[in-house]
Design a protein around this ligand. Structure first.
Ligand SMILES: [Mg+2]
Length: 200
């Protein structure tokens, strides 16, 4: 039976950031931004305000903030599902200095995986490790992976709504992804399904 090799992004795929970020932004800047109007791929939204943009990107280097961020709903169950189907390489473009705190967050939140890799060139990582399927939310990464032949499950967010590609499948979240994988995560004719249709 073939074993799948998955690549899984961290921020906004495993770590829930939008909600906690918005709470901080609205508190600090006296604004009333909602989940659906942060930054879009077409360049609209609250990231146009420079002081907010600086504060926002600073949070991605803020170990205390990241350590307290909650997991994306359903990600533990989803990762257990992926693990039954194959290997998991967690691949993040976070700064390498965040390795220890990121690994601790994954352990604290009960996320199973085989390896964690810090790299901004995810296409190179996918090629090196034979990653055939990637879970991602950043449109630039998703497009590069898809164009390199990797099947992408794109976690839907306002900033990636413009991305369309034959190898990019948009999912609302982990529950939808788990449902899509359900046919492959059980006994019976699973092997036949894999052989004829692939993991889509
Ligand atoms: Mg991400």
């Amino acid at each position: 039976m073939p074993e799948f090799v998955f690549g899984v992004d961290v921020d906004s795929v495993l770590v829930e950031l939008t909600g906690p970020v918005l709470s901080l932004l609205n508190e600090r800047f006296g604004t009333d931004f909602g989940l659906e109007d942060p930054v879009t791929q077409s360049g609209e939204g609250w990231l146009l305000r420079e002081e907010i943009r600086d504060f926002y990107w600073g949070l991605f280097h803020d170990e205390a903030f990241l350590a307290k961020a909650p997991p994306v709903s359903g990600c533990q169950e989803g990762m257990r599902c992926l693990r039954r189907l194959g290997r998991i390489h967690i691949v993040t473009a976070r700064l390498p200095a965040l390795f220890t705190s990121t690994a601790k967050w994954l352990e604290t939140n009960g996320i199973p995986y085989d390896e964690i890799i810090f790299a901004s060139d995810k296409v190179a990582v996918a090629a090196e490790h034979g990653i055939g399927h990637f879970l991602e939310d950043t449109p630039e990464q998703a497009l590069a992976l898809a164009e390199a032949g990797v099947e992408v499950f794109l976690f839907d967010h306002p900033w990636n709504r413009l991305l369309e590609h034959p190898r990019v499948r948009r999912v609302a979240g982990w529950s939808e992804l788990i449902a899509r994988l359900a046919g492959y995560d059980q006994d019976g004719d699973t092997e036949t399904q894999r052989g004829t249709k692939g993991l889509v």
